[in-house]
Design a protein around this ligand. Structure first.
Ligand code: 5GP
Length: 127
């Protein structure tokens, strides 16, 4: 199932439960605005998810409804996590799926950070 734009926030989504400590995760970073942890099904040697500490379904929701301090704090945290993971020298990719066409699966805004190898083309091209 994927997330439709306009989906109301489900406080029992898996990342909300991770934030509340109800489900274990492998943390890599935490501050007042954001939490970062390893993806359970990594698609690259480094695959970390960064989520804001707030109830936002997607970037569409977050960018309109989150307070400025949280928006700034969250994006600073994304950069900080990439730095702390040692990805700056060789490079990395960030990605945030939003809504049906992107196959967003978890309805809590998350930014993927991929690194640790050459990552190939940005998107699969149609055959
Ligand atoms: P999306 O498709 O929504 O952008 O990505 C969701 C990501 O969350 C996927 O890469 C998936 O592997 C990851 N994921 C789903 N459930 C869990 C979980 O319980 N723990 C962790 N660490 N990652 C999860």
């Amino acid at each position: 199932m994927t997330v439709k734009n306009g989906t109301p926030y489900d406080s029992n989504n898996i990342f909300a439960r991770i934030l509340r400590g109800e489900i274990p995760s492998k943390p890599v970073f935490e501050n007042e605005h954001a939490f970062a942890f390893h993806d359970i099904n990594p698609q690259a040697p480094v695959h970390v998810l960064v989520i804001p500490k707030g109830a936002y379904v997607s970037l569409a929701d977050f960018s309109v409804n989150a307070p400025d301090a949280l928006q700034a704090g969250f994006w600073r945290a994304v950069g900080e996590v990439a730095r702390q993971l040692g990805l700056e020298e060789d490079g990395y990719r960030i990605l945030a799926n939003a809504g049906t066409n992107s196959h967003q699966e978890v309805p809590h805004l998350h930014v993927h950070i991929f690194g640790g190898k050459p990552l190939g083309p940005m998107l699969l091209r149609d055959a």
